[in-house]
Design a protein around this ligand. Structure first.
Ligand code: BES
Ligand code: MN
Ligand code: ZN
Length: 494
């Protein structure tokens, strides 16, 4: 059963639950928790008084008072004046993660007003729902028998005795985003032999059935008919047929926002093969695709007044007797010729065809998400995605959407000088500019295929997955860019 959340106007002191999680600020026990403290026989006050717990970010303490509340979990959000959407979302995630590990089937979460900082009740409802879903998520394991013996965490109740309607309104949005995010992470996590281009195409079909979107999936023959030479080139070394997914959500009037996601279901590097170390992580090379599909799950649930098109080129990058070779020249969907100098620079080859295909929709703007370059990890590490684009105002709008989503991005320059990096002697461009400014030369490559609309590229190679567990999450897929997409499209909805 999928994890679900709801909002209740009940006061935390009188709500019977196996686990009451409370997000608390640094300093001391907030005054509004006096009744809960009394209901626990003063246990909460003693926690602060002991000095064992100070309310710092990520700090947790679990107490077992006598009475109707079996357990109270205090989760620190840090200084109240610094509390923002990100820290509140994170506190909810860390509470849900702990609840899951404890094995309770359900729990209650409460954010006292003293811990909310400047975050409104509505925003709190949204980010708490997102965070609860984030922390409750875990990957489906394939162990026999299953390692998880504890009962699954099925639900959480947000206790909001004040401004309940506002919290509820935010929760509606947050719950839809949480569902999209969980779906994105599931798709990311699936092994490459399950999550093939055909599988993603099937998933797109289910989204269409579930939510009544318009949608088509182009198969090999249709992709050939469209002359998508980049996508065909990458796919030609694999036994898996490429797919090109087109989804259309029509909820408003006006030109659509086009979202594009890189759907390389496994990236071996092709003939320019990658080293074996950590190659298994390249099942995550479809994370951009997963964030687009997750955004459509959100759109189907929330039905905002906005038009969105999703374009997802899908292929597997393999070495074989039929694979693309360094030195080959291919012709893209737009007609530009590309000299292949490194078959591991495959993401840009499938994205360029999607960028030129996007013109057909006369987009208001186009945003693509792609695990595109190792270089962006060198530049920004795991705390920000790389942003590049043709329009500074749009880059800033995307950055701010990411800020609201708790998925940071940071701009990298697409200055003219960098264009030289991808100059080819024999074709319109080559597909790799080598090591210097590797993320920017990839951005420049994409830019060559952008015409007639403002565009932003989000390089999520450093943010899409993590090999570290922390208070808020298990290691593995982060779903990064799904919430950014959601904030962006909701920010443009009427
Ligand atoms: N999928 C990789 C980028 C990547 C690297 C994603 C690390 C996640 C973590 C991409 O297809 C790739 O191989 N890029 C090359 C480009 C180079 C050949 C110009 C890279 O970054 O090395
Ligand atoms: Mn590659
Ligand atoms: Zn790749």
């Amino acid at each position: 059963m999928p994890f679900s959340t709801s909002v209740l106007s009940a006061a935390p002191a009188s709500y019977a639950t196996p686990l009451l999680a409370i997000a608390v600020p640094a300093g001391g026990l907030p005054a509004s928790l006096a009744a809960v403290d009394a209901a626990t026989g003063g246990a909460l006050g003693r926690v602060y008084a002991s000095g064992d717990f100070t309310g710092k970010k990520d700090e947790q303490v679990l107490v077992h008072p006598a009475g109707p509340i079996a357990r109270v979990l205090l989760v620190g959000v840090g200084k109240a004046e610094e509390a923002g959407r990100t820290l509140i979302r994170r506190a909810a995630a860390s509470a849900a993660k702990r609840a899951r590990v404890l094995g309770v089937p359900t729990f209650a979460f409460h954010l006292p007003r003293e811990a909310a900082g400047s975050v409104s009740a509505r925003e709190a409802g949204q980010v708490i729902a997102e965070g609860l879903g984030y922390g409750a998520w875990h990957y489906p394991d394939l162990k026999q028998p299953p390692e998880e013996k504890k009962p699954a965490l099925e639900s959480a109740v947000i206790l909001a005795p004040e401004a309940t309607a506002e919290v509820e309104a935010g929760h509606l949005v947050g719950a839809a985003i949480a569902a999209g995010q969980a779906y994105t992470r599931l798709l990311q996590m699936l092994p490459g032999n399950t999550c093939t281009p055909g599988y993603l195409a099937q998933q797109a079909g289910e989204l269409v059935r579930r939510h009544g979107f318009k949608g088509i999936v182009m198969d090999l023959a249709a992709i050939k008919a469209e002359k998508m030479g980049g996508l065909l080139g990458v796919a030609q070394g694999s036994a898996e047929e490429p797919k090109f997914i087109v989804l259309e959500y029509q909820g408003g009037s006006g030109a659509p926002i086009v979202l594009i996601g890189k759907g390389i279901t496994f990236d071996t590097g092709g003939i320019s093969i990658k080293p074996a170390d950590k190659m298994e992580d390249m099942k995550f090379d479809m994370s951009g695709a997963a964030s687009v599909l997750g955004t459509f799950e959100m759109l189907g649930r929330l039905k905002p007044k906005v038009n969105v098109v999703g374009l997802v080129p899908c292929a597997e990058n393999m070495p074989s007797g039929t694979a693309l070779k360094p030195g080959d020249v291919i012709r893209s969907h737009l007609g530009k010729t590309i000299e292949i100098v490194n078959t591991d620079a495959e993401g840009r080859l499938i994205l360029c065809d999607a960028l030129s295909y996007a013109r057909k929709f006369k987009p208001a703007c186009v945003i693509d998400a792609a695990t595109l370059t190792g270089a962006v990890v060198v530049a920004l590490g795991h705390f920000a995605s790389g942003l590049m684009g043709t329009d500074d105002a749009l880059v800033e709008e995307v950055r701010q959407a990411g800020e609201r989503a708790g998925e940071r991005g940071w701009p990298l320059p697409l200055w003219d000088e960098y264009r030289d990096l991808i100059k080819s002697d024999i074709a319109d461009m080559k597909n790799s500019g080598g090591r210097p400014a590797g993320s920017i030369s990839a951005g420049w490559f994409l830019r060559e295929f952008v015409s007639g609309y403002p565009w932003v590229h989000v390089d999520i190679a450093g943010t899409a997955y993590s090999d570290r567990e922390d208070a808020a999450r298990v290691k593995g897929p982060t779903g990064n860019c799904m919430r950014l997409f959601a904030e962006f499209v909701l920010g443009r909805s009427a």
